[in-house]
Design a protein around this ligand. Structure first.
Ligand code: AMP
Length: 304
């Protein structure tokens, strides 16, 4: 069942109490696609500029089952670049810079061969670009989007238009509260349901994630932080979404029970990402490690 992701492909500079990484491959699309590819083939749509290093393209291509036909190169443009710094407890981060580059231009082109995609994830980027891309997948069975503080601040009307057309929204608790002015994650999730989607997944970092829908609320713990070594939390949200959507796509069913199971796969994928800077841990990952951790997580959390 065809899964597609759109969003940013970026060059990240990261600072954390555990160290720093300069100019590494990042972006919502990259993390999502790398994580999803362990469970199901994934198509990627995103643009990069002439400054995008060939080593980053090879790293993306080294993940089995990531299709790069939709990676658009614009020689005269600059790649999206982002810098972030984590504060001492690793739960809070500040953005040091955001250079939009190609994000200020036309949306990336969707290859004709991708138009039959059934499961669509609109990773973080400008919401009007997300909406434009969404409409190019007329055969979709399930469309889910992400967003973040920058877009809530600068493009709220476009974001609300997007929410009217997607089936699901995935975002973190701070963003959900910022968007709705609710005082807790569940109320924020419910307020987002009123904007259109049939489910909302509110991520709460080391406290897990909550699925909010019209019939109720389900919570899922995070993979215990003391069982992993948190080196760099960047991309945890995107790899969570990658695991979730990949499970839904390979099952071929977008019902709430499958989304809930997908949250467990997303949690396990995110638990690996945070063990190293950038995509380094995912690069060294294999199916056996994923399945072992999933079994341990199911046993501890009694899920799945
Ligand atoms: P996460 O830690 O899951 O929120 O994702 C971090 C990734 O998002 C980094 O690799 C950044 O390149 C990318 N990113 C940061 N800011 C934005 C933004 N405003 N829109 C899209 N992607 C972003």
């Amino acid at each position: 069942m065809s899964l597609i992701v759109t969003g940013t492909i970026g060059i990240d500079t990261l600072h954390a109490p555990t160290g720093s990484a300069e100019g590494v491959l990042g972006g919502s699309c990259s993390y999502f696609a790398a994580a999803a590819s362990f469970l199901t083939p994934v198509r990627l749509v995103g643009a990069v500029g002439g400054d995008f290093p060939e080593t980053h393209a090879s790293l993306l291509g080294s993940f089995k089952d990531v299709c790069l036909q939709g990676l658009e190169r614009r020689p005269a443009s600059r790649t999206f670049a982002w810098g972030g710094r984590y504060l001492d407890d690793m739960n809070r981060r500040e953005t040091l810079f955001t250079e939009l580059g190609v994000l200020e231009e036309a949306p990336p082109k969707v290859p004709a061969a991708y138009s039959d995609s059934r499961f669509v994830f609109l990773g973080n980027t400008h919401p009007s670009v997300q909406l434009d891309l969404l409409r190019q997948f007329p055969k979709r069975a399930l469309a889910v989007c992400d967003t973040m503080d920058l877009w809530i601040n600068v493009a709220r009307p476009e974001l609300l238009a997007l929410f009217r057309e997607v089936d699901g929204v995935v975002l973190n608790d701070q963003e959900a509260m910022q968007l709705t002015e609710a005082r807790n994650a569940v109320s924020a999730g419910k307020a987002i349901l009123d904007l259109g989607p049939r489910f909302v997944v509110v991520k709460k970092g080391e406290h897990g994630a909550i699925l909010v829908h019209r019939e109720g609320v389900a919570t899922l713990p995070a993979y215990p932080a003391d069982a992993t070594q948190v080196v760099d939390p960047t991309g945890a949200g995107d790899t969570f979404a990658g695991g979730l959507m990949a499970h839904v796509a390979r099952t071929g069913n977008g019902d709430l029970a499958t989304v809930q199971q997908g949250m467990a796969w997303g949690t396990v994928m995110a638990s690996f990402t945070i063990e190293a800077f950038g995509l380094e841990r995912l690069r060294r990952l294999d199916a056996k490690q994923i399945n072992e951790r999933m079994q341990r997580f199911q046993h501890a959390a009694k899920v799945g």
